[in-house]
Design a protein around this ligand. Sequence first.
Ligand code: C2E
Ligand code: CA
Ligand code: CA
Length: 757
Amino acid sequence: MRTALSVVFSILIIALVICQVFARRSKKPIGRAVAFLLAGMATPVLGNLIIITASNQLIATIGYYVYFLGMDTAVYSIWFFMHDYCDMGKPKRVYNTLILVFFAVDLIHYILNPFLHLSFATEQIMVENRAYYRLVPYLGQAYHRVFCYGLFFAILIVFIVKTVKASRVYSEKYWVMLFSMICTGAVETYYIFSRQPLDVSMIGFGMFGLLVYFFALHYRPLKLLDRMLAGMASEMPEALFFFDRSGRCIWSNDPGRKLIGVSNENYDDVKDDLRFLFGDIDFDSSGWVKRITLGTGEDTQYTYLAMRSVVDDKGKVTGSYLSVRDITDEQREMKREMYRATHDSLTGLYTKEYLFENISRRLENDSKTDYMIGYIEIANYKVINDVFGRKFGEYTIKHIADFISKNAGENTLYGRLSGEAFGLLIDKADFNEEMLEERLERFTIRDDNLEHRILIHFGIYDIDPESERDIPLFFDSARLATTMIKDTYQKHIVYYDDKLRNEIIHNQLISNQLKDAIAERQIRPYLQPIVDSRGMLAGAEALVRWIHPDEGFMNPGDFIPVFERNGLIAEVDRYMWRCACEILSEWKKKEIGSFISVNISPKDFYYMDVVSELKGLVEEFGIDPVKLRIEITETAMMTDSVDILKLVSGLREYGFIVEMDDFGSGYSSLNLLKDMDIDVIKIDMQFLRDSERNMKAGTIIKSIINMSEELGIDTLTEGVETAKQFEKLYAMGCKLYQGYYFSKPVPVEDFEKQWFD
Ligand code: C2E
Ligand code: CA
Ligand code: CA
């Protein structure tokens, strides 16, 4: 028995030590307290091992010392552990100090025992035919017991309270501890008071230590887990149905019961109910998901079903569960998001990106149809916006979006590309150019009884099925086509073709060459004489010419429109005005009194301060501003970029003579005349040309001349080609004449030779 017991004690000590090591390494916060407790439990066992194996009294006495001090440590370590285990926080300082004082007193009286013999002695008895040193307790031993029992009972009381107070799922962890402490304590007490020589209760100590180790560090309260999971599942918004291995429904959460209208825990008809709601559902397999759409339009319901299997820790399937989620709101929100992301908010048309995406897909999937790209732009949008306001601008955009929707063929894709531009993919078979041209011609928008003429340009790029599918490039080409529309009110639809492409390339080329051309004087003024009624020279108009090294002689019609589109016209005009001033300053030296008139492009106003530019020039060359006449066309006068009234009066105040060029060619010549003070009217040559065949045109010229006279404005007629015309105009009272009849525009030297030599 003694040998067997010593073997058991040894095994327990080893086990406790090993667990202690593991507990110390544990990542759980309670690990330290457990490690301390295990050490506390191992010490009295070790003491007893020494006692039962002791071969003489001294060793036995040492064993008793280890045992008693071990008991102190053991109870103290349980006290310490209790705080962690019962979530009581750190031990209170007062209690802790009190216990340590008791502990210290106990320690001291044991130390003094060899001298005072107050604690205990040992007596030799025979147990199993071997000497055994039994304890003979004295009074001091009673102190030790009171201390240990006192603390032990205090601990027991805490555990009893905890066990009673804890909720059902937690009480388990307390009563396991309580139970094993009571058992260990009882057996120990029995041993002490029965004075049994061999302390079997130490096994209880060891077992208690191991139990604590397990419960505190490794035990997972499954019941607690179950309850938590069930609680969580009930709280879930989705309906959940759990099935056992045989496929029987065993549980469902509240939303689940609500879904199938079951109020009790009777799950017999769950599968039928679910099939009734969602059609055929495969309950026999798991790992699938399914989206179900019920109803149509506004009432569409979207449901997401997922069947999953439940696997235990060995990987065996123990059952399955079905989750049913109503995703209608998410789906609707997603659709709204999708719509917002893909549709323009103002017009409801596709956004540029979405349009491109759709076109790309269409071209990819449908190679049989012949398609072309359309680019629609509101040419006068800036004016509309500035003059009539942003609101009307938006109204216009919406109107055009409607126009596109109404006129687009079934097979057409379209969207809004940017502010005033729209893009289309057009099925050629659907496209009726003539009809569209006619509709664009008549395109107006009404607002408050006012009709607004909206100028739409429609560029078309014919897609070559062989070419690379570069949609942004297609649109660029279609857009470029619209920039080439010159006669803005006559034609609305333009195709991008090779001719246009070459033209664009050519335009780019001459734009790049302009700077050098000016520096090298390839660009230079020609002068055309202006004569009075006696046929005497009054002055000249400076008209630009480009003697191009490769292309030869170029008239302004070949390059001015190009430069007006890209803004380079300002460079040309600034240079031309300078040339005119140079010539005038030469003439001044030669005492020639003729004037030179120069042209101003409407685009000049965008790129420079015309007045200060001109003033600067006459000052630089020291010429009389009266000698530099300024020709402003009627269209330029209608520009919205500057206050033209102020500009004209500024020029006149400074001494320039301002002429209204091409009078009668636009729409509001008379209107302008009413508001603006000008010096000379240049009657558009078309009138003179028309007057050959048309009596009315002649009458108009006559009226203009008469009217001007009354307003104190001089008249100049352009395009005089014959003596007859000259005579007629003379008879009508015209003051100045310009035309081939007198001379074509000629180089400056030729002009001077002809008129001054
Ligand atoms: P414009 O200002 O009306 O110039 C008169 C045009 O009529 C000139 O054409 C001139 O050569 C032409 N012309 C003069 N007499 C007759 C005639 O008896 N019969 C016919 N059929 N034509 C005649 P050009 O030089 O080709 O200039 C065309 C237009 O280019 C000008 O029209 C003007 O608007 C513009 N332009 C010319 N030079 C400049 C310039 O330096 N700057 C700007 N911004 N525009 C210019
Ligand atoms: Ca002119
Ligand atoms: Ca003119």
